[in-house]
Ligand binder design. Structure first.
Ligand SMILES: [Zn+2]
Ligand SMILES: [Zn+2]
Length: 250
């Protein structure tokens, strides 16, 4: 159906106006790749965006949890409240920024975001990473905000990610209970403070214990949102958390 509509009314590129595609190849090539992946905790380069091992410290509250320690033995890696990996294909600038910004306020530009997501997810897929055994969880927005926008951008990216890697997506795992201030006007410390206690797991953590998750969002700035939502998942018994952001703000 979409093909038929496009054939009768060829779309124009949102960025340059060229006829044929909402996001033409030329404008897509203007999207800057994040060549060197970074550690989510310290923002310094790391191989495949893996969290540097020296960030792992067991929190006292975790030490009594038998299951957690057993899992740790099984996994033979340090367990903490930190995601093990953060990956992002694009730098949040130029057309990537325009696309994400514009699609936030206009569902008409939905297809633009979809195109960018396909591109980004494909790039990561070609790195040969595996997410076998993981469940994709979009970073939720509050019910209010979703109503206002009509959709959550992270949901769209999540679906595309899940399909490419052939793993399930579950939008009911995390809910946003606090969405007070927009993060972008805040300093780094304020962001961490603002995001605290913003998320909770649905149905008292049902479906989280012993499972592995990939959190998905459109932009990662300081990592505060990913770190806080990972913390919530780990407290509910998650075994591993990885993070994927379509873009990274440098
Ligand atoms: Zn164009
Ligand atoms: Zn680090």
């Amino acid at each position: 159906m979409e093909k038929l509509i496009n054939a009768v009314f060829p779309p124009r590129c949102v960025f340059c106006g060229a006829l044929g595609d909402v996001f033409c190849e030329n404008c897509m090539s203007n999207c800057t790749l994040l060549k060197e992946q970074r550690c989510l905790v310290c923002d310094r380069p790391s191989k495949n965006g893996e969290t540097h091992p020296y960030h792992y410290v067991l929190e006292p509250s975790q030490k009594n949890e038998e299951t957690r320690l057993k899992d740790q033995e099984k996994q033979s890696k340090p367990h903490s409240l930190l995601p093990s990996q953060f990956i992002s294909p694009f730098i949040y600038e130029n057309n990537v920024r325009e696309c994400i910004r514009k699609s936030k306020y206009s569902s008409r530009l939905f297809s633009c975001l979809k195109r960018l997501s396909f591109e980004g997810v494909n790039i990561v897929y070609e790195w040969g990473l595996s997410f076998e055994g993981f469940i994709v969880v979009p970073i939720p927005v509050s019910k209010q905000k979703e109503k206002l926008r009509g959709f959550n951008q992270a949901d769209i990216i999540s679906k595309i990610f899940a399909k490419r890697f052939n793993i399930p997506v579950d939008t009911s795992i995390l809910t946003r209970i606090k969405d007070k201030h927009a993060q972008h006007s805040l300093s780094r410390n304020e962001r961490f403070e603002n995001i605290k206690n913003s998320f909770e797991v649905g149905k008292q953590g049902y479906g989280v214990l012993g499972k592995k998750f990939v959190l998905v969002d459109d932009i990662c700035t300081t990592g505060a949102t990913f770190l806080e939502s990972s913390r919530v998942l780990f407290y509910a018994g998650a075994l591993d958390v990885k993070c994927f952001a379509l873009s990274k703000k440098l």
